[in-house]
Write a protein that binds this ligand. Structure first.
Ligand code: PGA
Length: 250
């Protein structure tokens, strides 16, 4: 399947930002500035904003996602939120395996796989994040890392379920640093992920591959024009309506 056939996706990851007042303001501005995009637009907001943002985006082109979910349906997991709880609210997407979860909260490839399974079972659309840290890049093992993270996370996923997954390649050294990966690095990782998917599932790729890491209005068009790049996952620049809109229209 060539690039034109996959719907591009621009996803904003608000991380732990925006209180309710700011969330309402931002969504109101985005509703004004983004009306008929040629791509899917997803806002991944903190749990506490989900209900508000779901309500405000009803009937618009803006979709809503959470930033994580637990693998169990319910139980003694203080502080966690299950996939079915998100689905019940009407949440459509969920980010899984973000490097900040892996780095600060002990997320492993195996737990990412468990969370992904639960998200799929609940009918959610996972945005799976993979990417190498700086030391791995310097050791020249980026390809191996991306390959391992993707393979383990997708363990047990069926062909039908694959159609609901989005993969975001986010080199950890490029996240929040202002230093995005160069076109060559992005193409290499994306080609690898594309080949892996085709080999693993034995057919032409439908899964959108996003790039994430210091995406800004200034570099979005260049990144989005690359082969095998079907969208972007945006952190910092998704917190301002102006910059996020510019990326969506890029
Ligand atoms: P950034 O974050 O755009 O601020 O680098 C991207 C991400 O963490 O998803």
């Amino acid at each position: 399947m060539n690039k034109e056939k996959r719907t591009p996706v621009i996803a904003g990851n608000w991380k732990m930002n925006c209180d309710r007042t700011k969330a309402k303001e931002l969504v109101a501005q985005l509703k004004e500035s983004i009306s008929a995009p040629e791509c899917g637009v997803v806002l991944c907001v903190p749990y506490t904003n989900l209900e508000t943002v779901l309500e405000l985006t009803k009937g618009t082109c803006l979709k809503v996602g959470a930033q994580n979910c637990h693998w169990a349906g319910s139980g003694a997991f203080t502080g966690e939120i299950s996939a079915s709880m998100l689905a019940e609210m009407g949440v459509e997407y969920v980010i899984l395996g973000h490097s900040e979860r892996r780095q600060y909260f002990g997320e492993t490839d195996e737990t990412v796989n468990q969370r992904l399974r639960a998200a799929l079972d609940a009918g959610l659309k996972p945005i799976l994040c993979v990417g190498e840290v700086l030391s791995q890049r310097e050791q020249g093992v980026t390809q191996e890392v991306v390959c391992q993270q993707t393979k383990i996370a997708l363990g047990g996923v069926t062909e039908e379920e694959l159609g609901r997954i989005i993969i975001a390649y986010e080199p950890v050294w490029a996240i929040g640093t202002g230093r995005s990966a160069g076109p060559e690095d992005i193409m290499k990782a994306h080609t690898l992920a594309a080949n892996l998917l085709e080999k693993h599932f034995g057919r032409v790729r439908e899964v959108p591959l996003l790039y994430g890491g210091s995406v800004k209005p200034e570099n979005a068009a260049t990144i989005l024009a690359l082969d095998n790049v079907d969208g972007v996952l945006v952190g910092g620049a998704s917190l301002q309506a102006e910059s996020f809109t510019k990326i969506v229209t890029a």
